[in-house]
Design a protein around this ligand. Structure first.
Ligand code: NAP
Length: 308
């Protein structure tokens, strides 16, 4: 049992996630993480990986011992502060792989076949008057995955039946039947479609830069389902507008929820509002796993899915 009012819920949760939380525990809510912390004795924070957790917030909760985060990215947590103060943290890995892979593949096809424009073409009555531009097929292409972790490996398995070659880049070579490249540029040069599934944070900041986009080339496509920070957006906008890459499908942006307005003017992009895990099944599983981590903590057991 989670003690009443021992958990501070930080950030706003979508309705169905909030209903799941309310069913399982009684938390005090702080919608804006920059507002003062309400009075109370909190041992735990429940939040989402999209909510930035400022150090100033944590400094107001001296008794804090654990943060349970719905989501797998932890680039919004002040990890140094947590380590220094012995605060544990958990995420919800694995349970969102299906939804994120499905979105990545959906975005990739939307991009290759220009589906948003095809939909508009039919709706606006252009079909009887013109021929819709010919697109490109996935089969026979090489797909490069940046970050072959849980999501990256599941994605590779799902893509293989489409008749593609898989290649990847990451900090370590893995025991997998895919070609390994030791730099992002080398991978970009070797592939037709580059899909990003690595973590955000300082180590991956802007690793997709002008040089990588140049290597991807004018027939290459970029799909970002990782984090906006991984891509140098001015370099991407320049490559897209000058058609130095063929197109990009983006679920994540440097500035969310207000991406650079220049993206809206391009006809070779497909844009989504950071919805990789946004299915009811997945969001429910994420919320449950985050709460199970809190339950484990209050039973004085190890967290189920700690950040290591
Ligand atoms: P994961 O299992 O930790 O996989 C991350 C992979 O990235 C690992 O294989 C890791 O390599 C690799 N990596 C680490 N640093 C790298 C670098 N500098 N360059 C290239 N690769 C690097 O995490 P996951 O569960 O697959 O999730 C991956 C990311 O997806 C999350 O961190 C999150 O940012 C993003 N995500 C987005 C959405 C969305 O809504 N769009 C939803 C969920 C997750 P090693 O294996 O060698 O450590």
């Amino acid at each position: 049992m989670i003690p009443v009012n021992s958990v501070l819920q930080v950030g706003s949760f979508p309705e169905m996630m909030q209903a799941e939380v309310d069913q399982r525990l009684k938390a005090v809510r702080l919608t804006n993480p920059h507002d003062p912390v309400p009075a109370g004795t909190f041992e735990a924070i429940l939040t989402r990986s999209s909510t930035p957790i400022p150090t100033a917030l944590l400094q107001q909760i001296p008794g804090l011992k654990v943060i349970a985060c719905c989501g797998v990215g932890y680039d919004n947590l002040p990890l140094d502060y947590l380590k220094e103060h012995g605060i544990q943290a958990s995420t919800t890995p694995g349970v969102l792989n299906d939804a994120v892979c499905e979105l990545g593949i959906g975005l990739m096809f939307a991009l290759l076949r220009n589906l948003p424009a095809a939909d508009q073409f039919v709706r606006s009555g252009q079909w009887p008057k013109a021929i819709f531009p010919i697109a490109t097929t996935l089969a026979g292409k090489t797909v490069g995955i940046v970050g072959l972790g849980r999501i990256g490996q599941d994605l590779a398995k799902r893509l293989t039946p489409f008749g593609v070659q898989i290649a990847y880049f990451g900090p370590s070579q893995k025991d997998v039947p895919y070609a390994f490249f030791n730099s992002v540029s080398a991978l970009a040069k070797a592939c037709d479609i580059l899909i990003l599934t690595c973590p955000g944070g300082p180590e991956t900041e802007k690793i997709i830069n002008a040089e990588v986009l140049e290597a991807l080339g004018s027939k290459g496509f970029l799909v970002n389902i990782a984090r906006g920070s991984v891509v140098d957006e001015p370099a991407l906008l320049s490559a897209l507008s000058q058609k130095r890459i063929a197109g990009a499908a983006l679920d994540v942006f440097e500035n969310e929820p207000s991406p650079d307005a220049a993206f809206m003017k391009l006809d070779n992009v497909v844009l989504a509002p950071h919805i990789g895990s946004a299915t009811s099944e997945t969001r429910q599983a994420m919320t449950r796993l985050a709460i199970q981590n809190l339950e484990a903590f209050f039973r004085q057991q190890p967290l189920l899915t700690p950040i290591k």
